[in-house]
Design a protein around this ligand. Structure first.
Ligand SMILES: *[C@@H]1O[C@H](CO)[C@@H](O)[C@H](O)[C@H]1NC(C)=O
Ligand SMILES: *[C@@H]1O[C@H](CO)[C@@H](O)[C@H](O)[C@H]1NC(C)=O
Ligand SMILES: *[C@@H]1O[C@H](CO)[C@@H](O)[C@H](O)[C@H]1NC(C)=O
Ligand SMILES: *[C@@H]1O[C@H](CO)[C@@H](O)[C@H](O)[C@H]1NC(C)=O
Ligand SMILES: *[C@@H]1O[C@H](CO)[C@@H](O)[C@H](O)[C@H]1NC(C)=O
Ligand SMILES: *[C@@H]1O[C@H](CO)[C@@H](O)[C@H](O)[C@H]1NC(C)=O
Ligand SMILES: *[C@@H]1O[C@H](CO)[C@@H](O)[C@H](O)[C@H]1NC(C)=O
Ligand SMILES: *[C@@H]1O[C@H](CO)[C@@H](O)[C@H](O)[C@H]1NC(C)=O
Length: 430
């Protein structure tokens, strides 16, 4: 996956080089002006951008029929200074502008909002400041807008009603404040909405999600949003990831969250919810974690840790607390009581009254477990073990199945081919 992505990025730089026709004089003038105003890595860019065939320049893409510059893709170039708005304004055909992960400072130049053909605009991970102008609403063709990880502040302009083509909207890790703009509700093409880590306040229900049938990822975490989880979210059947952690949300966790068949990440931690985690969450098929580096910790959260999480390059999970459910999980560490592991392998389970159904190579300690499967190591007492090749020690277990090794005392062993030592009672079998 990562390799494919690299290849694509690589090709994005290579492909325009094949196009060596001279470019439109207005575009050439604009690009030279743009590069001329840049600090930092701008010197390298000026060196790389020689000649008059700008369509072949690194990071520049042109439309094959009109020959006009439509793409400017210059992330990770060490570019510094203000965004040269005056020069950019000359690129009137520009559809994609990627200037992320540079060192741009200052406010968004007003000329940016005159580039009305823009479909994709990413300025993420710079040091941009100030408020975002309501003129943002003039970029009506945007499908992607990423202003994340800058130093923007002030309220979000309530102009999203004009941006109905937006599919990806990311503005996380800024200092945006104020209420959620209600016009976000009209983003009917939206797939991803990320306002994480800002200072947004007021009711979360100022946004209605009822007209966002494609919404797959919603992250409002680490703000100061209030109110109940909006019921308008219930219709977002494509939801894969929902993060509302670190807000001031109240009420109960709605049972309809259990009906999102595709949900694999849910984080509602650090809010002010009351009551039980609804049993419907047990129905979630794919709920796992979004861990990027280390395994995740679920506390008192019934969670299906799906085998598919391997595809997400995730680490084994640590599951603590009570009444958690892991399905098809591997290499998880579980502690606490009343947990259920179904079809999980290589888990470490401690606590009591846990149930392991059909797993292999698990290590169990504690009491009153129900264990089936094979190659478990079971210690302590009062476990019910079925399956084969388990190593059972301790006392008062009930062991059935075959080829188990049972030591300890007062165990009841049935089945075949067991090796039984200690003061145990072999009920049936050999
Ligand atoms: C949150 O955003 C601030 C900028 O407002 C940034 O410095 C910080 O690293 C972000 N934190 C996380 C966890 O993303
Ligand atoms: C919980 O969220 C609040 C913001 O609502 C934040 O200030 C606090 O640090 C968070 N606590 C934890 C433990 O993350
Ligand atoms: C949930 O969100 C909180 C706050 O951002 C974070 O500390 C925690 O690691 C997250 N939990 C999971 C399971 O991702
Ligand atoms: C776990 O769930 C079972 C059955 O739903 C319930 O009887 C038990 O009290 C729960 N345990 C805890 C610690 O909540
Ligand atoms: C899971 O555990 C097995 C057996 O202990 C080990 O061979 C395997 O590498 C582990 N996988 C991961 C992803 O940790
Ligand atoms: C059973 O497990 C115990 C504890 O892990 C270990 O000492 C013992 O050698 C094992 N016995 C067999 C037959 O695998
Ligand atoms: C375990 O079983 C033995 C024999 O059935 C019994 O005497 C003993 O009391 C049991 N241990 C406990 C802790 O119940
Ligand atoms: C159990 O042991 C018997 C005899 O030692 C062997 O034939 C059989 O294959 C074993 N079964 C399993 C499931 O390991």
């Amino acid at each position: 996956m990562a390799r494919c992505w690299l290849l694509l990025v690589f090709m994005a730089f290579i492909l325009p080089a094949a196009n060596a026709t001279p470019c439109h004089p207005d575009d050439l003038h604009a690009l030279r002006g743009f590069a001329g105003e840049l600090g930092g890595g701008g010197a390298l860019l000026r060196a790389a951008w020689s000649g008059a065939s700008c369509c072949g320049w690194e990071g520049v893409g042109c439309d094959s029929t009109s020959g006009r510059v439509t793409v400017l893709r210059l992330p990770w170039r060490g570019l510094a200074g203000q965004i040269p708005g005056g020069s950019l304004a000359g690129l009137v055909w520009l559809e994609e502008l990627f200037l992320g992960s540079n060192h741009f400072v200052g406010v968004l130049p007003d000329e940016l909002f005159g580039l009305v053909k823009l479909r994709k605009l990413s300025l993420a991970s710079n040091e941009l400041t100030g408020e975002v102008s309501p003129r943002l609403g003039e970029l009506t063709h945007l499908t992607l807008l990423d202003l994340s990880a800058n130093r923007f502040s002030g309220p979000l302009p309530d102009v999203f009603g004009d941006l109905t083509s937006l599919e990806h909207l990311a503005m996380h890790s800024n200092g945006f404040s104020g209420f959620l703009p209600p016009s976000l509700s009209s983003l009917s093409s939206l797939r991803e909405l990320n306002l994480r880590n800002n200072s947004m306040s007021g009711p979360i229900a100022r946004v209605s999600f009822s007209d966002m049938p494609l919404l797959a990822s919603l992250d409002f975490s680490t703000n100061s949003l209030t109110g109940w989880i909006p019921t308008s979210l219930a219709g977002c059947g494509e939801l894969k990831s929902l993060n509302l952690a670190n807000n001031i949300l109240v009420g109960t966790i709605p049972s309809w969250i259990g009906e999102f068949d595709n949900l694999w990440y849910l984080n509602l931690s650090n809010n002010s919810f009351v009551g039980e985690v609804p049993k419907s969450l047990l129905r979630l098929k794919g709920l796992a974690t979004a861990g990027r580096s280390s395994g995740m910790v679920f506390i008192n959260m019934p969670s299906f840790v799906n085998y598919e999480r391997r595809a997400l390059d995730e680490q084994p999970n640590t599951i603590t607390g009570t009444n958690n459910t892991v399905r098809s999980g591997r290499n998880n560490t579980m502690s606490g009581n009343d947990n259920i592991v179904m079809s999980g392998d290589s888990n470490t389970v401690s606590g009591s009254f846990n149930t392991l159904v059909c797993g292999n190579n698990n290590i169990l300690s504690g009491d009153h477990h129900v264990v089936s499967g094979s190659n478990h190591i079971v210690t302590n007492s009062f476990n019910k073990v079925t399956g084969c090749t388990n190593n059972v020690s301790g006392s008062n277990h009930t062991v059935s199945g075959s080829n188990n090794t049972v030591t300890g005392s007062s165990n009841t062993v049935s089945g075949n081919n067991h090796v039984v030592s200690g003061s145990n009672r072999v009920v049936t079998g050999d």
